[in-house]
Ligand binder design. Structure first.
Ligand SMILES: CC(C)(COP(=O)(O)OP(=O)(O)OC[C@H]1O[C@@H](n2cnc3c(N)ncnc32)[C@H](O)[C@@H]1OP(=O)(O)O)[C@@H](O)C(=O)NCCC(=O)NCCS
Length: 150
C-alpha cells in the first residue's frame, strides 16, 4: 500500500487520498484490487469494489461497509506510471473486472472519469451517464460519471 500511495501521489496530486482510505478498499474487497509489476517495482494499480449504480463515494472518504445489495462493480481508480502505459494494462484490468462482475452477478461496471479520460473509457466500452448521474463535488471540474453494461 505505501507503493500504491506513492504512485497515487505522483499521478493524482490534485485528488489526494489517505493511505488508510486506499487500504480500506483492499481490505473490504481484495479481489477488485490488482497491482501491475515491472520487475520488482510496482508500475501501477487498480482499485474497485461492489457499489450501487448512479452513486459514487467521495474522494478520500472511507466506505465503512460495502452495500448489501450492490448492482455494479465501481472502478475507484486505475493508475499506470508513464513508462508502463500504452501496453493495454488498463484495458486488461477492465476485462478482469468484467469477469469478476459477471461472477458476482453484477450487471455493470461504473467509474468517474477525471482528467479528460472520457475518450479512453469510451474505447473500453463505457458510456457517459446523464440521467441519474450522481453529483461529483470531490472529483474536480472534469469529472464525468460513466458506466458499462455487461
Ligand atoms: C489512464 C491510464 C490508467 C491508462 O493506462 P494504460 O495501461 O496506458 O491504458 P491502455 O494501454 O490499456 O489503453 C487502453 C486504450 O485507451 C487508449 N488510451 C490510453 N490513454 C488514452 C487517453 N488519455 N485518451 C484516449 N485514449 C487513450 C489506448 O490507446 C487504448 O486503446 P487501443 O486499445 O485502441 O490502443 C494511464 O494513462 C494513467 O495512469 N493515467 C493517469 C491516471 C488516470 O488518468 N487514471 C484514470 C482516472 S479516471
Amino acid at each position: 500500500m505505501p507503493q500504491v500511495l506513492a504512485i497515487a501521489a505522483r499521478l493524482h496530486p490534485e485528488l489526494p487520498e489517505r493511505l488508510e482510505v486506499l487500504a480500506e478498499k483492499r481490505r473490504l474487497f481484495p479481489d477488485g484490487c490488482r497491482k501491475l509489476m515491472a520487475g520488482l517495482d510496482m508500475a501501477g494499480y487498480g482499485l474497485a469494489h461492489p457499489w450501487r449504480l448512479n452513486a459514487a463515494p467521495r474522494v478520500d472518504a472511507f466506505l465503512e461497509l460495502l452495500p448489501s445489495a450492490p448492482d455494479c462493480l465501481y472502478l475507484h481508480d486505475v493508475a499506470v506510471l508513464s513508462e508502463g502505459r500504452g501496453r493495454g494494462a488498463a484495458g486488461a484490468y477492465v476485462v478482469y473486472l468484467e469477469g469478476l462482475a459477471r461472477k458476482l452477478g453484477l450487471g455493470h461496471l461504473a467509474l468517474v472519469s477525471v482528467y479528460g479520460t472520457v475518450p479512453l473509457w469510451e474505447k473500453l466500452g463505457f458510456k457517459s451517464v446523464s440521467a441519474g448521474a450522481p453529483p461529483l463535488p470531490s472529483y474536480g471540474p472534469s469529472a464525468a460519471y460513466m458506466a458499462k453494461k455487461l
